[in-house]
Design a protein around this ligand. Structure first.
Ligand SMILES: *[C@@H]1O[C@H](CO)[C@@H](O)[C@H](O)[C@H]1NC(C)=O
Ligand SMILES: *[C@@H]1O[C@H](CO)[C@@H](O)[C@H](O)[C@H]1NC(C)=O
Ligand SMILES: *[C@@H]1O[C@H](CO)[C@@H](O)[C@H](O)[C@H]1NC(C)=O
Ligand SMILES: *[C@@H]1O[C@H](CO)[C@@H](O)[C@H](O)[C@H]1NC(C)=O
Length: 405
């Protein structure tokens, strides 16, 4: 297991390390893990998408689940034809000469299964996709069969002529699927809507080393030079992995969730947020994971629920998947209806950060080494949060927290 922990970040690196990955003891060589061929592409896509969103929303929080967006777009590609289909898959980073489509979907299918398994054992994770279409439309058999086979996609009929009723139905569905954790998914639908792909994820991990709720105090959070807000600030003093980066102007701490989740909290120096975000890449994460030091740390992190909701069409258009917005987009693989217009690709991601532990709360008393004062990491100004699933090598969440309230 120790060896596994040591190697799990190698995937982030280039394919030179492929040979090493094969030795990962978690890999069952007899059944190769198709999802791992997707991982580097998905992570590159994740950082590109993140940068586009951050650039489009200066001074705002950003929060997405890149891997579930990749999956939603792969689903969509099954209903797209011709140029639209190729553009979608290339936009996700896949080279169709190197990786045939069936292999891509097979990889996502495997990934989907693993997440489902994880969410069943971890309780507090819900992730899924659903397609809502107007009652007057009928899905093509091949689309229906493929999306079920690879993604267990649920296709549901809604009455889009009554926009309020349709959005109520969609919101009910998501609320149910996420045990009430995601409510009011959609606000309003315009009357021309006929087809909506929804993609949602809720995650509330359980820290391997929980925070003591009694240590949580209300504190200042410095949003920018002129704005200060009050937030509940969690605290723990323990041995964790940290880094004062010498290359980029930031500090990094890495915490583990019970199970397969690992979190990087990145605190850029004041005014250096943009510079750090510009440098985020697989290479940077790889470098950080190799240079982390384990030591006694006083850690302050706001207790917050972070969420983001986006209609992804415009942002994906900016990223070169222009057909999603174009009149000529060809989604004739979904229904027979000519010129079917995709109304929205809605994504909502919610993360809850709190003190919780999964087991009965038990706070190991850490003996402080009095000879050296513990270092302090205080996340009381805008920071970056990244959650990876190290079993599937996926970028579960990327966020920029500017104002936690
Ligand atoms: C896809 O891969 C082929 C074969 O390796 C290569 O020749 C081609 O340039 C690649 N296409 C793109 C768009 O990267
Ligand atoms: C969710 O839907 C199922 C099946 O329709 C139903 O049995 C269950 O009670 C619903 N749960 C909630 C929380 O609404
Ligand atoms: C600081 O943040 C507040 C609240 O988000 C915002 O209204 C204000 O414009 C920001 N000021 C600067 C200088 O960015
Ligand atoms: C990690 O995820 C896999 C796949 O879902 C699961 O089998 C495994 O038990 C998880 N590992 C831990 C430590 O929870």
């Amino acid at each position: 297991m120790l060896l596994a922990l040591g190697t799990y970040f190698l995937w982030l690196f280039t394919s030179d390390l492929w040979a090493v990955q094969a030795k990962d003891p978690d890999t069952d060589l007899s059944t190769r893990s198709p999802h791992r061929d997707l991982a580097p592409k998905n992570v590159d896509f994740a950082f590109t998408l993140y940068r586009h969103l951050v650039a489009s929303a200066p001074g705002k929080n950003v929060f997405i689940s890149p891997v579930s967006i990749s999956m939603a777009l792969a689903i969509l590609s099954l209903g797209a034809c011709g140029h639209t289909r190729v553009q979608l898959l290339q936009g996700l980073g896949f080279n169709l000469t190197k990786m045939p489509e069936a292999e891509i979907h097979q990889g996502f299918r495997h990934l989907h299964h693993l997440f489902k398994k994880e969410s069943e054992t971890m309780l507090e994770m819900a992730m899924g996709n659903a397609l809502f279409l107007d009652r007057s439309l009928e899905l093509l058999e091949s689309f229906s069969a493929d999306t079920k086979h690879y993604y267990e996609l649920e296709a549901l009929a809604a009455d889009f002529k009554d926009g309020a009723e349709a959005s109520r139905q969609i919101n009910e569905y998501i609320k149910n699927k996420t045990q009430g954790k995601i409510v009011d998914f959609l606000s309003k639908l315009d009357s021309s809507a006929m087809l909506i792909l929804v993609n949602y994820i809720f995650f509330k991990g359980t820290w391997e080393h929980p925070f003591n709720p009694e240590s949580t105090k209300e504190e200042n959070f410095y949003v920018n030079k002129t704005t200060v807000v009050r937030v509940p600030m969690m605290f723990q003093s323990s041995t964790i992995k940290y880094l004062h980066d010498r290359v980029l102007p930031c500090q990094v701490v890495q915490l583990e969730y019970v199970g397969n989740g690992t979190v990087f909290f990145v605190l850029p120096d004041e005014g250096k947020m943009d510079m750090v975000i510009a440098a985020l890449s697989r290479d940077t994460i790889q470098r950080w994971s190799e240079s982390m030091i384990r030591g006694q740390v006083n850690l302050y992190i706001p207790k917050v629920a972070i969420s983001g909701a986006y209609d992804l069409r415009a942002i994906l258009g900016d990223m070169g998947i222009a057909d999603l917005l174009a009149k000529g987009a060809d989604f004739s693989g979904i229904t027979q209806e000519a010129q079917l217009k995709l109304s929205k690709v809605v994504h909502k991601a919610v993360l809850q950060l709190d003190e919780k532990s999964f087991m009965a709360p038990e706070f190991p008393m850490v003996m402080l080494d009095m000879a050296s004062e513990p270092l302090t990491f205080h996340f009381n100004r805008p920071f970056i949060i990244m959650i990876f699933d190290h079993f599937t090598w996926s970028s579960l969440f990327l966020g920029k927290v500017v104002n936690p309230t």
